[in-house]
Design a protein around this ligand. Sequence first.
Ligand code: UT7
Length: 331
Amino acid sequence: MSKLTAAITAVGAYVPDYRLTNEILENMVDTTDEWITTRTGIKERRILRDKDKGTSFLAIKAAEDLIKKKNLDPKEIELVLVGTATPDMPVAATAVYVASKIGATNAFAYDLQAACSNFLFGMSAAARYIESGRYKKVLLIGADKMSSILDYEDRTTCIIFGDGAGAVLFEPNTEGLGLIDEYLRSDGNGREFLKIEAGGSLLPPSEETVRKKQHFVFQDGKSVFKFAVSNMADGAAKIMERNGLNHDDVNWLVPHQANKRIIDATANRMGLDSDKVMMNIHRYGNTTSATLPLLLADYEEQLKKGDNLIFAAFGGGFTWGSIYLKWAYNP
Ligand code: UT7
């Protein structure tokens, strides 16, 4: 019997309509379009402005897009995983609400939290369920309403992030397509550099934590940048090496969209020309859990069955790694 692998068989996506451009940000904080463009590659991001809508709204929209495109009966979905750094609420899991709202009434569901590596680590988790032979349809969603945890007076963070969601369906494959290999790592010493300090069990919410703005994202950008550049490139290079892939064998790099300079460094290390590098950071900024599936949605029409895709991500924690996946369907 041929080996069972976990293949991506459908993609869905959603971004809110409102565009927060660099020009608008110039009037909100002390920054310039020129600084943001040259330092990050970002031109605009999408923001979910409705106060009464959380991350689940984005996740549901992305899942519904996938369900419609694939003509899928949601009752066939057995597991819904939502990777998010901005759950609707600390308890209960956003995934559970999403599963019910999309009609996945035969599924179980839970959230994953590994910051910007949410989707990458989620791919690993989803694949294990499929490879076990016990599950046939696993829906993985990456969704974040980053605007809900940003201080729009802090120019070092508010210019970077945007809101969005993407979803993929994992199904069994016996043609050798799907997730082939993974190299995933984490280092807890990194949490000082990228965090939301308050609101958890270590520092519960109080008047003081609100006054000190400790419920917003804090990032020591320079330190994170250094770790991100070396680790994202290392991970991608390792995956290529151990699977005997050279730059000609790789059809696409699917990199986390944190900073164009980090993406370029990773592509350079892999010896890839820019036409093999998926990129949408200029349109969406860093959408944390949603960057990788949003790329797949944007480039889906160009992907061919058998294409070799290398995913790479780096995030708070620190968390990082790379995945080698063979694409399973034609446009
Ligand atoms: O996705 C999760 C992982 N996250 C990442 O991978 C992000 C990694 N870090 C980065 O992408 C970059 O470090 C940033 C884009 C966050 C910052 O770029 P940088 O080139 O590392 O800038 P910096 O933090 O070293 O700041 C350089 C200067 C500083 O001024 P001084 O001290 O040199 O006078 C900052 O105050 O730029 C200043 N600055 C700004 N100026 C205009 C910081 N933010 C801004 C801004 N507009 N928005």
